[in-house]
Design a protein around this ligand. Sequence first.
Ligand SMILES: Nc1ncnc2c1ncn2[C@@H]1O[C@H](COP(=O)(O)O)[C@@H](OP(=O)(O)O)[C@H]1O
Ligand SMILES: [Mg+2]
Length: 249
Amino acid sequence: MTTDARVAARLAEEAGRLLLGVRAEAGDLDPKKLGRRGDLRANALLLERLAAERPGDAVLSEESADDPARLDADRVWIIDPLDGTREFSRPGRTDWAVHVALWLAGKGIAAAAVAQPALGAVYASDDVTPPQRRDGPRRILVSDSRPPAFADAVAAQVGAELAPMGSAGAKAMAVLRGEADAYLHAGGQWEWDSAAPVGVVLAAGLHASRIDGTPLEYNAAHPYLPDLLICRPELAEPLLAALAGHARD
Ligand SMILES: Nc1ncnc2c1ncn2[C@@H]1O[C@H](COP(=O)(O)O)[C@@H](OP(=O)(O)O)[C@H]1O
Ligand SMILES: [Mg+2]
Protein backbone atom coordinates (compact mmCIF):
# COMPACT_ATOMS: atom_id res chain seq x y z
CA MET A 1 0.00 0.00 0.00
CA THR A 2 1.18 3.54 -0.75
CA THR A 3 2.43 5.24 2.43
CA ASP A 4 0.64 8.28 3.84
CA ALA A 5 3.67 10.47 3.09
CA ARG A 6 3.63 9.39 -0.57
CA VAL A 7 -0.09 10.11 -0.78
CA ALA A 8 0.54 13.56 0.71
CA ALA A 9 3.35 14.26 -1.77
CA ARG A 10 1.38 13.09 -4.79
CA LEU A 11 -1.73 15.06 -3.86
CA ALA A 12 0.23 18.24 -3.14
CA GLU A 13 1.94 17.87 -6.52
CA GLU A 14 -1.35 17.27 -8.35
CA ALA A 15 -3.03 20.27 -6.73
CA GLY A 16 0.04 22.34 -7.58
CA ARG A 17 -0.16 21.35 -11.23
CA LEU A 18 -3.83 22.30 -11.29
CA LEU A 19 -3.02 25.68 -9.72
CA LEU A 20 -0.34 26.39 -12.33
CA GLY A 21 -3.03 25.75 -14.96
CA VAL A 22 -5.53 28.05 -13.21
CA ARG A 23 -2.88 30.76 -13.19
CA ALA A 24 -1.91 30.21 -16.84
CA GLU A 25 -5.48 30.50 -18.12
CA ALA A 26 -6.37 33.49 -15.90
CA GLY A 27 -5.77 36.21 -18.52
CA ASP A 28 -6.59 39.56 -16.92
CA LEU A 29 -8.95 38.10 -14.33
CA ASP A 30 -9.28 40.23 -11.20
CA PRO A 31 -6.60 39.03 -8.67
CA LYS A 32 -9.19 38.40 -5.93
CA LYS A 33 -11.24 36.20 -8.29
CA LEU A 34 -8.12 34.37 -9.41
CA GLY A 35 -7.15 33.65 -5.80
CA ARG A 36 -10.65 32.44 -4.99
CA ARG A 37 -10.70 30.22 -8.08
CA GLY A 38 -7.36 28.71 -7.03
CA ASP A 39 -8.55 28.09 -3.45
CA LEU A 40 -11.76 26.38 -4.58
CA ARG A 41 -10.38 24.26 -7.41
CA ALA A 42 -7.39 23.00 -5.43
CA ASN A 43 -9.68 22.22 -2.49
CA ALA A 44 -12.10 20.25 -4.70
CA LEU A 45 -9.25 18.22 -6.17
CA LEU A 46 -7.72 17.41 -2.78
CA LEU A 47 -11.06 16.40 -1.24
CA GLU A 48 -11.88 14.15 -4.19
CA ARG A 49 -8.42 12.52 -4.19
CA LEU A 50 -8.40 12.02 -0.39
CA ALA A 51 -11.85 10.42 -0.53
CA ALA A 52 -10.53 8.00 -3.17
CA GLU A 53 -7.12 7.27 -1.61
CA ARG A 54 -8.02 7.33 2.08
CA PRO A 55 -11.81 6.83 2.40
CA GLY A 56 -13.00 7.17 5.97
CA ASP A 57 -10.31 9.61 7.07
CA ALA A 58 -11.47 13.00 8.38
CA VAL A 59 -10.38 16.26 6.73
CA LEU A 60 -9.81 19.74 8.13
CA SER A 61 -9.45 22.19 5.24
CA GLU A 62 -9.15 25.96 5.11
CA GLU A 63 -11.72 25.94 2.32
CA SER A 64 -14.38 23.56 3.72
CA ALA A 65 -16.92 23.79 6.53
CA ASP A 66 -15.44 22.28 9.69
CA ASP A 67 -16.93 18.85 10.46
CA PRO A 68 -16.71 18.29 14.24
CA ALA A 69 -16.51 14.53 13.60
CA ARG A 70 -12.75 15.11 13.17
CA LEU A 71 -12.47 15.60 16.95
CA ASP A 72 -13.27 11.89 17.51
CA ALA A 73 -11.28 10.65 14.50
CA ASP A 74 -7.93 8.85 14.71
CA ARG A 75 -6.77 10.10 11.30
CA VAL A 76 -7.30 13.69 10.15
CA TRP A 77 -5.86 15.27 7.00
CA ILE A 78 -5.12 18.96 7.63
CA ILE A 79 -4.90 20.75 4.30
CA ASP A 80 -4.38 24.24 2.96
CA PRO A 81 -5.15 23.89 -0.77
CA LEU A 82 -3.49 27.23 -1.55
CA ASP A 83 -1.33 28.92 1.06
CA GLY A 84 -0.30 32.39 -0.02
CA THR A 85 -3.46 33.09 -2.01
CA ARG A 86 -2.49 36.75 -2.18
CA GLU A 87 0.89 35.96 -3.76
CA PHE A 88 -0.60 33.31 -6.10
CA SER A 89 -2.75 36.00 -7.68
CA ARG A 90 0.24 38.24 -8.43
CA PRO A 91 2.11 37.50 -11.68
CA GLY A 92 5.65 36.22 -11.29
CA ARG A 93 5.43 35.40 -7.57
CA THR A 94 6.70 31.98 -6.52
CA ASP A 95 5.91 32.27 -2.78
CA TRP A 96 2.72 30.22 -2.61
CA ALA A 97 2.25 26.57 -1.73
CA VAL A 98 -0.03 23.55 -1.32
CA HIS A 99 -0.09 21.94 2.16
CA VAL A 100 -1.16 18.34 2.86
CA ALA A 101 -0.59 16.89 6.35
CA LEU A 102 -1.88 13.83 8.19
CA TRP A 103 -2.53 14.06 11.95
CA LEU A 104 -2.79 10.84 13.96
CA ALA A 105 -4.41 10.65 17.40
CA GLY A 106 -1.73 10.32 20.06
CA LYS A 107 1.07 11.00 17.56
CA GLY A 108 0.53 14.42 16.00
CA ILE A 109 1.59 15.19 12.43
CA ALA A 110 2.77 11.82 11.06
CA ALA A 111 3.10 12.56 7.34
CA ALA A 112 3.27 15.81 5.42
CA ALA A 113 4.03 17.40 2.08
CA VAL A 114 4.41 20.96 0.84
CA ALA A 115 4.44 21.72 -2.89
CA GLN A 116 5.86 24.93 -4.29
CA PRO A 117 4.50 24.58 -7.80
CA ALA A 118 6.06 27.74 -9.22
CA LEU A 119 9.48 26.32 -8.25
CA GLY A 120 8.62 22.82 -9.50
CA ALA A 121 9.32 21.52 -5.98
CA VAL A 122 7.58 19.06 -3.66
CA TYR A 123 8.92 18.42 -0.15
CA ALA A 124 7.70 15.42 1.83
CA SER A 125 8.33 14.17 5.35
CA ASP A 126 9.67 10.81 4.12
CA ASP A 127 12.28 12.35 1.84
CA VAL A 128 14.01 15.37 3.38
CA THR A 129 17.49 16.16 4.60
CA PRO A 130 18.70 18.97 6.89
CA PRO A 131 19.86 22.14 5.12
CA GLN A 132 23.52 23.04 4.68
CA ARG A 133 24.68 26.08 6.61
CA ARG A 134 24.70 29.16 4.42
CA ASP A 135 27.39 31.83 4.35
CA GLY A 136 26.41 35.41 5.09
CA PRO A 137 24.35 37.13 7.78
CA ARG A 138 21.61 35.29 9.64
CA ARG A 139 18.24 35.75 7.96
CA ILE A 140 14.78 35.49 9.55
CA LEU A 141 11.73 35.27 7.28
CA VAL A 142 8.52 37.05 8.25
CA SER A 143 5.12 37.67 6.67
CA ASP A 144 5.15 40.09 3.76
CA SER A 145 1.90 41.71 4.92
CA ARG A 146 1.74 41.03 8.68
CA PRO A 147 5.25 40.80 10.24
CA PRO A 148 5.26 40.44 14.05
CA ALA A 149 5.61 43.80 15.83
CA PHE A 150 8.63 42.55 17.81
CA ALA A 151 10.46 40.91 14.88
CA ASP A 152 12.94 43.79 14.47
CA ALA A 153 13.97 43.65 18.13
CA VAL A 154 14.33 39.85 18.08
CA ALA A 155 16.39 39.96 14.87
CA ALA A 156 18.69 42.65 16.31
CA GLN A 157 19.24 40.59 19.46
CA VAL A 158 20.44 37.51 17.52
CA GLY A 159 22.33 39.52 14.87
CA ALA A 160 19.97 38.66 12.04
CA GLU A 161 18.35 40.55 9.19
CA LEU A 162 14.62 40.27 8.44
CA ALA A 163 13.33 39.27 5.01
CA PRO A 164 9.66 39.39 3.96
CA MET A 165 8.09 36.52 2.02
CA GLY A 166 4.53 35.36 1.38
CA SER A 167 3.03 31.98 2.43
CA ALA A 168 3.86 29.99 5.54
CA GLY A 169 4.79 26.96 3.42
CA ALA A 170 7.11 28.98 1.18
CA LYS A 171 8.89 30.51 4.19
CA ALA A 172 9.29 27.14 5.94
CA MET A 173 10.65 25.51 2.76
CA ALA A 174 13.11 28.40 2.26
CA VAL A 175 14.51 27.56 5.71
CA LEU A 176 14.60 23.88 4.70
CA ARG A 177 16.59 24.79 1.56
CA GLY A 178 19.03 26.78 3.70
CA GLU A 179 18.11 30.12 2.10
CA ALA A 180 17.18 31.49 5.52
CA ASP A 181 17.84 30.50 9.12
CA ALA A 182 14.38 30.97 10.62
CA TYR A 183 10.72 31.72 10.02
CA LEU A 184 8.97 33.69 12.76
CA HIS A 185 5.24 34.37 12.91
CA ALA A 186 2.85 35.81 15.49
CA GLY A 187 -0.48 37.60 15.63
CA GLY A 188 -2.71 34.98 14.00
CA GLN A 189 -2.67 31.82 11.93
CA TRP A 190 -4.67 28.59 11.56
CA GLU A 191 -3.67 24.94 11.86
CA TRP A 192 -3.71 24.43 8.08
CA ASP A 193 -1.16 27.22 7.61
CA SER A 194 1.51 25.38 9.60
CA ALA A 195 0.63 21.64 9.88
CA ALA A 196 2.29 20.43 6.66
CA PRO A 197 5.28 22.83 6.76
CA VAL A 198 5.94 21.83 10.38
CA GLY A 199 5.62 18.11 9.55
CA VAL A 200 8.21 18.48 6.79
CA VAL A 201 10.74 20.60 8.72
CA LEU A 202 10.56 18.42 11.86
CA ALA A 203 11.27 15.37 9.68
CA ALA A 204 14.39 17.18 8.43
CA GLY A 205 15.63 17.80 11.99
CA LEU A 206 14.79 21.52 12.15
CA HIS A 207 13.19 23.14 15.20
CA ALA A 208 9.46 24.00 15.16
CA SER A 209 7.44 25.25 18.15
CA ARG A 210 5.17 27.98 19.44
CA ILE A 211 7.09 31.21 20.13
CA ASP A 212 7.05 30.38 23.87
CA GLY A 213 8.86 27.13 23.05
CA THR A 214 5.88 24.83 23.68
CA PRO A 215 4.95 22.16 21.08
CA LEU A 216 2.57 22.92 18.24
CA GLU A 217 -0.59 20.86 18.75
CA TYR A 218 -3.06 20.07 16.00
CA ASN A 219 -6.67 18.97 15.55
CA ALA A 220 -7.92 21.26 18.32
CA ALA A 221 -11.64 22.09 18.58
CA HIS A 222 -10.80 25.69 17.63
CA PRO A 223 -8.00 25.19 15.07
CA TYR A 224 -6.32 28.54 15.71
CA LEU A 225 -2.55 28.44 16.15
CA PRO A 226 -1.50 32.08 16.14
CA ASP A 227 2.29 31.90 16.34
CA LEU A 228 5.17 29.79 15.16
CA LEU A 229 8.95 29.55 15.18
CA ILE A 230 10.79 27.36 12.65
CA CYS A 231 14.58 27.52 12.67
CA ARG A 232 17.87 25.71 12.43
CA PRO A 233 18.23 23.68 15.66
CA GLU A 234 21.22 25.64 16.98
CA LEU A 235 19.24 28.90 16.74
CA ALA A 236 16.26 27.67 18.79
CA GLU A 237 17.75 28.56 22.15
CA PRO A 238 18.90 32.12 21.33
CA LEU A 239 15.73 32.88 19.39
CA LEU A 240 13.41 31.58 22.12
CA ALA A 241 15.39 33.57 24.70
CA ALA A 242 15.04 36.72 22.60
CA LEU A 243 11.33 36.00 22.06
CA ALA A 244 10.78 35.57 25.81
CA GLY A 245 11.99 39.13 26.25
CA HIS A 246 10.09 40.72 23.39
CA ALA A 247 6.96 38.75 22.54
CA ARG A 248 4.87 40.63 25.10
CA ASP A 249 6.01 44.06 23.76
N1 LIG B 1 -2.84 37.52 11.56
C1 LIG B 1 -3.27 36.48 10.86
N2 LIG B 1 -4.49 35.91 11.09
C2 LIG B 1 -4.90 34.82 10.39
N3 LIG B 1 -4.19 34.24 9.40
C3 LIG B 1 -2.97 34.76 9.12
C4 LIG B 1 -2.46 35.90 9.83
N4 LIG B 1 -1.23 36.17 9.33
C5 LIG B 1 -0.99 35.27 8.34
N5 LIG B 1 -2.04 34.42 8.22
C6 LIG B 1 -2.17 33.33 7.25
O1 LIG B 1 -0.95 32.60 7.18
C7 LIG B 1 -0.62 32.30 5.82
C8 LIG B 1 0.74 32.92 5.53
O2 LIG B 1 0.64 34.31 5.67
P1 LIG B 1 1.80 35.32 5.23
O3 LIG B 1 1.97 35.15 3.76
O4 LIG B 1 1.28 36.65 5.61
O5 LIG B 1 3.00 34.88 5.99
C9 LIG B 1 -1.72 32.90 4.94
O6 LIG B 1 -2.59 31.82 4.61
P2 LIG B 1 -3.53 31.78 3.27
O7 LIG B 1 -2.80 32.40 2.14
O8 LIG B 1 -3.77 30.32 3.13
O9 LIG B 1 -4.77 32.53 3.68
C10 LIG B 1 -2.37 33.92 5.87
O10 LIG B 1 -3.76 34.10 5.64
MG1 LIG C 1 -2.68 29.32 4.55
